[in-house]
Write a protein that binds this ligand. Structure first.
Ligand code: SAM
Length: 294
């Protein structure tokens, strides 16, 4: 047996499923105030961050998640100037958001300063713009408290909830109270997208979010992407808006907006954007479960 140390992902232990990554080098491993953190290097995925036993980001495949969580809502919106990111401690989504020249303001509300400090020290090669761009406002706070205090905040065109899974400090970001507060932070015609798990493993997470959104938004839906380290097939991203047109932006319009934004992407294309909303039957059934019931 090689002496490499394998780091297990324990997120799906209760399902009897575990995946582990060989750690060529452990950069940090320890219990922060809020979460346990492991930062290590893996031969295939490069630098990886795990929080409370759940893979958060790997340098090799983060582009997929970061591009789909940022460019889909921003290009669907069409004239987004202000973005709120809840979570996002690795700052890699913010880095994508900042590529949009029309962006005037990007507020990120991350609960765990340790994650932010980590990200600055170990991911700077990839997330440097977050720490240097004047359009960024970095807030260390619980996202729940931030949106609950919405009366004192401006409104945003796009809200991106780049949270951990519904465990530990992340659990509150899947609650009705949080979504009600987030909605108060959205401008008219705005859209919120959320990290909403892998439905093959976490169907209840998606059903739960949609059942809350049904009473809050005119068009509660989801889209999918395939992310190697978020195992279990498609990952879903929640897409909440009152403007049904945002989910049905014509391909030609997305192509115009994408061309004008001059984005160098590795996963996102206007065609992939449109196709991402064509949900496999079992995922669509989860999104529409109990629709029409009070
Ligand atoms: N892409 C990852 C995923 O899909 O699981 C998420 C990445 S990002 C590291 C998740 C961030 O959410 C973490 O930095 C964590 O500290 C933060 N977070 C968890 N609960 C939070 C809360 N209540 N308010 C703000 N940030 C929170």
């Amino acid at each position: 047996m090689s002496d490499e140390r394998y780091i297990p992902e324990t997120l799906f232990d209760e399902l009897g499923f575990r995946m582990s990554f060989a750690a060529e080098k452990i950069v940090f491993q320890g219990q922060g105030e809020l979460q346990s953190l492991v930062l290590f290097e893996n031969k295939r995925f490069g630098r990886m961050l795990m929080l409370d036993g759940a893979t958060q980001v790997t340098i090799a495949d983060e582009f997929i998640y970061s591009e789909m969580m940022s460019h889909v809502p921003i290009l669907a919106h069409g004239h987004c100037e202000e973005v709120l990111i809840i979570g996002g401690g690795d700052c890699l989504i913010a880095e994508e958001v900042l590529k949009h020249q029309g962006m005037r303001r990007c507020v990120q509300v991350e609960i765990d300063k340790a994650v932010l400090d980590f990200s600055k020290e170990y991911f700077l090669e990839w997330n440097r713009p977050f720490f240097e761009d004047k359009r960024v406002e970095s807030v260390i706070a619980d996202g729940m408290h931030y949106v609950a205090d919405a009366k004192n905040h401006d409104r945003f065109d796009v809200i991106i909830v780049d949270s951990t899974d519904p465990q530990g400090p992340g659990a509150v970001l899947f609650s009705r109270e949080f979504y009600e507060g987030a909605k108060r932070c959205l401008k008219a015609g705005g859209v919120m997208v959320t990290q909403n798990g892998v439905p093959f493993f976490q169907p209840d997470e998606l059903v739960g979010t949609m059942s809350i959104w049904r009473n809050l938004f005119g068009d509660p839906y989801a889209y999918v992407a395939a992310i190697p380290t978020y195992v279990g097939g498609h990952m879903t991203m929640g897409f909440a808006t009152d403007d049904k047109a945002l989910r049905a932006v014509p391909l030609s319009t997305l192509e115009e907006r994408f061309g004008a934004a001059r984005l160098a992407t590795r996963y996102y294309t206007p065609e992939v954007h449109k196709a991402a909303f064509a949900l496999p039957r079992f995922i669509r059934d989860l999104v529409e479960k109990d629709r029409g019931k009070a």
